[in-house]
Design a protein around this ligand. Sequence first.
Ligand SMILES: Cc1cc2nc3c(=O)[nH]c(=O)nc-3n(C[C@H](O)[C@H](O)[C@H](O)COP(=O)(O)OP(=O)(O)OC[C@H]3O[C@@H](n4cnc5c(N)ncnc54)[C@H](O)[C@@H]3O)c2cc1C
Length: 626
Amino acid sequence: MKERYEVIVVGAGHAGCEAALAAARMGCSTLLLNLYIDNMALMACNPSIGGPAKGHLVREIDALGGEQARATDASTLHIRWLNTSKGPAVQTLRAQCDSRAYHSAYLNAVERTPNLDLFQDIVTEIIVSKGRVKGVKTRLGLTFTGEIVILATGTYLGGRVHVGLVNFPSGPLGQMPASELTQSLLNAGFEVGRLKTGTTPRIHAASVDWASLVPQESASEPLAFSHWSQPRVHVGHACYQTRTTPRTHEIIRSALDRSPLFTGAIEGVGPRYCPSIEDRVVRFPDRDSHIVFLEPVGGQTAEIYMQNFSTSLPFDVQVEMVRSLPGCENARFLRPGYAIEYDFLPPTQLFPWLETRIVRGLFCAGQINGTSGYEEAAAQGLLAGINAARTLRGEEPVVLGRGEAYIGVLVDDLVTKGTQEPYRMFTSRCEHRLILRHDNADRRLAPIGRKLGLIDDGRWRVLEARWESIKAEKARLEGTRVFPTEENNALLRQAGTVPIETPIPALELLRRPEVTWELLQAMVETPSSLSAEEAASLQTEIKYAGYIEREKRAVERLERIERVAVPENFDYDSVTGLSSESRGKLSRFRPLTLGQAGRISGVTPADVQILWVAVKAYHERESRKG
Ligand SMILES: Cc1cc2nc3c(=O)[nH]c(=O)nc-3n(C[C@H](O)[C@H](O)[C@H](O)COP(=O)(O)OP(=O)(O)OC[C@H]3O[C@@H](n4cnc5c(N)ncnc54)[C@H](O)[C@@H]3O)c2cc1C
């Protein structure tokens, strides 16, 4: 076994696997160290991928050449579109996966990738010399040296599990925690924080009265996440809906004195957007019911996950709570719900390419940066792996803009604002939703993935052919006329739009909000040969062309100020007119661009203007000198 690598990745969760795959695929000799190989890419919570904003991240990871969408497609049990009644900007897929198949898909990808070694051991220390990382030490007493180390330790760092008033050191799902590394990070000068997350009980499928519940079947049309997967229809694994009852709420209220959340046993801050069921009952006392989904954990197991029912109440209370839900009166438990506290590194200690500011060559990705979610983790892992390789080659790091990708929004939020609670991606965090859509991730990002060497010739040809056929279809629609026949006008009236009096280009007719793609196909002589997804993408581009153009111009305008570089060692004390709050925050967070400066909370637009003038003067002085 080698002892020297270019890149060492600590932790093979969703972030670590993507990081290692990207670095190795970009030609770096890479070592992926994991505490236990069987928990690689473990879906510690619900084995579900996607949903609003998270689905967008998965498509972006895929377009850049990452693995997550393919692992999802290889393990999907149930998939459907979400937000179909809303605008195209927020529509995306959500898949329920077989957690073991998802793990195997990542394991196979890692095992098959040249330049990549996988080894089971716990990293206990990072080796740092003169502000640069030099490698890692492990529990077995091994030393691996490397120019880049990527930390992707998830919820394992200093992990402590709580079930009622019982608590003990542990990783998720009974895994071993990683306890010693935190001290090494503190010794290196990092600030370390504490967060918490929680999960739901798991019950046995045979103990649920399915006939009394409402099923939600997988989509009837073929679907897939990856741009390169064959879309499929999935049958046989419905998700089911039940709800909490007044009795559930009563049980919860009467047990709050034994809740680690409410008695102060848990210090870490939990996710506000994804609260435990006890938290919901306390925060929304007027609601007497909350929806709970019962979802399969795998195709070969009877284990059922209870979405929206995360809890850390004592086990005896959990049993009563679960059995108060319709359909679950006789539920048998396979695993209890629990909360887990863990250490994280506040992400304002990072550059926007995910390298730490304190120790050069050390990168962080995933939950260690304060995020929550498989998709958020994988997105950061991919970026960290890419930037590890670019750093080694002496190339500029990749930093995606807020107008370019959800990944750009995610990283920018983390490094400029930090986070006080587990950060999750939402569509509302993104200012340019209409141009950052699920359907156009390939056009936005695949050219970058291709340049980085992460998209091979075969996959690139598939995309080129797709873009070509969409372009050809658009031209065809421009040249195709719809005639004012009786049948066509009857269809238009039926759709609630005015009939036509003269022949009209099909593309123009499609701009009408009432005219759907399907309706148009019924009015033209030769129907389109585009796939449903290609057609939906073209339709959005046509219907929203005006808005999309306006949004693109807004992004371009912002880019001008966004990209103005602020020197890392800029002396904010020398700038007159800055408020003392802004001066303090700018000195602490050290933004690298004016755009980042403006997004630091407490830095006002007026202060950004003052800073702009000062930075311009600085650059002019420097260019006169140079
Ligand atoms: C209880 C619980 C509830 C959750 N709830 C949700 C939720 O509701 N919604 C949601 O989106 N996400 C949820 N998650 C979060 C989701 O599981 C994580 O965000 C995601 O797994 C983070 O990915 P990661 O790659 O950063 O870390 P992880 O997936 O945790 O992977 C870290 C990996 O690093 C390894 N490792 C750690 N330290 C070391 C070391 N020192 N040496 C070697 N190997 C090491 C571990 O063995 C593990 O394989 C939950 C997680 C838990 C545990």
